[in-house]
Structures are given as structure tokens and as C-alpha cells.
Design a protein around this ligand. Sequence first.
Ligand code: ATP
Ligand code: MG
Length: 233
Amino acid sequence: MLKISNLHTGYGETEVIRGLDLNAAPGQVLAILGRNGAGKTTILKAIMGLLPVSQGSIFLGDEDITEQAPFDIARKGIAYVPETRDIFPSLTVQENLELATRVPPHKKREWTIERVLDFFPRLGERLQNGGNQLSGGEQQMLAIARALLMNPRLLALDEPTEGLAPIIVQQIHDKLLELKNEGMTMVLVEQNFGFATSLADNICIIGRSTLAWEGSPDEILGRKDIQAQWLGV
Ligand SMILES: Nc1ncnc2c1ncn2[C@@H]1O[C@H](COP(=O)(O)OP(=O)(O)OP(=O)(O)O)[C@@H](O)[C@H]1O
Ligand SMILES: [Mg+2]
């Protein structure tokens, strides 16, 4: 579904990622782990066309999406939930959702506002709240709901649990698990090791600007040495 080959990307002259290969198979959850500043967000931004790619390629299915415009990449089926969540603070929850439905979907519309409100009932109770009148958990739910309204083939999530209370983290976990069970392909950037290992099919650790380790959640759980070297857990 997503194939990244020999990716080089970064900011200006500074290459943050060098020679990265990553793959996410259809229906699988790929978790990207790594210390602060390792380059996890940078990878997602390059996938979304938000950063220049100096070498290498990014394919979505058969299609080369390397350095396409972010809007085109979104329309082709990758929905991005950024670390900053990017809720419009002066718009209501309803308006935030309606904006997301303006993007013409690349395939038959499976996710409607009605369906996302069914999926996140909490948002239904907050429809007239401003984006700036939501808890962190509600903001994250709104950000995911908005991404689903793009009817994605692949959902790219940047630290969805950051700053959230454990009970909310559990709720987000259960929702992402539901999506996974429905066959949604996901690329999940996380610092929460337990969250990532319980959802993912594959774990990729970014270190020294590239892929430092790759394996299954079961393998990494047994590799305290790798955890200590690359994650500091
Ligand atoms: N806009 C920018 N301009 C220049 N350098 C940047 C910019 N954004 C990030 N960097 C640098 O790129 C490197 C990787 O940053 P990135 O945000 O991808 O890390 P990360 O793995 O997502 O970290 P975190 O877990 O803290 O979110 C860091 O050294 C960072 O300082
Ligand atoms: Mg980041």
C-alpha cells in the first residue's frame, strides 16, 4: 500500500532522514518509533508532500506520489492527523467536520458526518462547541474524525496519544483498533511504547537518520537491549 524507498528528506541543507526504506501492507498498522528529534514527524511530512525529497521515492499502491502537492496526496487517499491536530479554533465542531467533507473523495464516500458521530458519540454532544472549547481528547477525536471524512486508504497519525490522560489514551486505542479490524491501513508515529506495540503489526525504529531496527511487536517486547539503545524505555 505504501512503499518508501531510499528516502532522503529534511529542512534546507540539513538532511534529517537519509536512505530510509519503509513498507506498509494493506490492512496493516506500521508503527514508527524513535527518540525525540529522531525524524518521525519529518517522515510523515515527506509522505504528505510537505517537505522536499532530495532522493528516493514514495509510492501509494502503484502510484508515485513523491513530492506531489499535499492536496493531491490527500485526495489520493492518505489522511494525515498532525501532531498539532490543527483544529480550526474559531469554527465549531460541526463546521470543522463540514470543511473536511468538501474534499472530493478518491473513492465512494464511506465515511459521512453521521457515521463519524456514531463512531465518536462524544463529538455529537459537542457539535456547537468551538474548536477552542474542546479537551485534548476531544480535539484528537475531532482530528481523527476529520481524517476519516476524507475516506482514506491510509491513515497517518502523529503521536495521537500525546498529552492525553490514560483513560482517553485507552479510548483512542480502542477506536484505532476498531479501524484496524475494519481493514484500515495505518502509519502510526508514537512515543507511547505500550500503545504502539499493542496496535501495530510491524515496528520500525528510526535512529541515526534512518531505519535502526525493524520487527514485530513480540520481538521488540523481548529485546530490552534494542529498547534501551533506541528508545530509552
Ligand atoms: N522546521 C524545521 N526546520 C529545521 N529543522 C527542523 C524542523 N523541524 C524539525 N527539525 C529538525 O529535524 C529533526 C527531526 O525532527 P522531527 O520533528 O521529525 O522529530 P520527531 O522524531 O518527530 O521528534 P518528536 O518525538 O519530538 O516529535 C530534529 O533535529 C529537528 O530539530
Ligand atoms: Mg514529532
